[in-house]
Write a protein that binds this ligand. Sequence first.
Ligand code: SF4
Length: 324
Amino acid sequence: MKNILTVKNLTTHYDTPQGPARAVENVSFTVKKGEMLGLIGESGCGKTTVAQSILRLIEYPGKIVTGEVDLDGKDLVNAKTSELEKIRWKDIAVIPQSAMNALNPVYSIGDQIIESILLHENISRKEALNRTKTLLELVGIDKDRWKSYPHEFSGGMKQRVAIAMALSCSPKLIISDESTTGLDVLTQAQVIALMKDLQRKLDLSIIIISHDLPLVTSICDRIAIMYAGKIVEWAGTSNILQDARHPYSKGLLDATPDLANPEKKVVSIPGTVPNLVSPPEGCRFRDRCQYAMETCAAAEPELVAVKSEHYVSCFLEKGAKYVL
Ligand code: SF4
């Protein structure tokens, strides 16, 4: 499958009075056409900064220090602002955090979708309305409700509107940033099932950003696990579930309850995430890792292939050969 997005050595820092907070460091991954990639990790591990860097929405005092972001042949790191305005929404759409609160309460949901289409495409209002009705049906909302206002919808329905809006210009990539946070478990499951269904039907490429491991493993094709601004493991979902290699990935799995196995002992990872202004030298997970060795303090482990399409950043992987 062709890569729609290639991120290479992306590094984004935020200047603070104490020095730069190294929020994203040397992050590399790809998203294939029609693939759902999960970007997972604890709060503050850099997931949202990765998304904002891809979209070039990092605000002062943050800055992309180095790296490449290629969206289907377009260089996003060096694109002009005018070019980026066209790319955002048309080529990459975002379903934001608290998507259900992102709708404007004074406009009907149909008018909001129509406006987003007309901003990016040179078509008539009637054509935009017809497309809006089709999109609403696609996300399971009666097309005649296009005149309804956000307050007339439940949280789950508003979430569906946000998805319809993200699809409105047929983007190459959708980024869903913790977008189901705040929904009850049942509604969250319905929205996630809808996204998976749309991904299959429309051959969509989607990045799901989440701290919820069961959610991500239930729908994503591949998963990239982030810790303290770095990707520590990246592999197909079944490889993560059955053959996680990085001590942090194993810790995340051990800390997750298993509904199918109520006997499972849930063990949380000791310690807390490091301060990104002064993370530990060498491996950033060192202070919490039961396998830490002298080498782990002396150098930063690189992300290397341990087998086909399975990458790990840990000195325990002595046999790994291929640098990504
Ligand atoms: Fe643990 Fe060392 Fe591997 Fe880091 S590199 S995860 S400290 S064993």
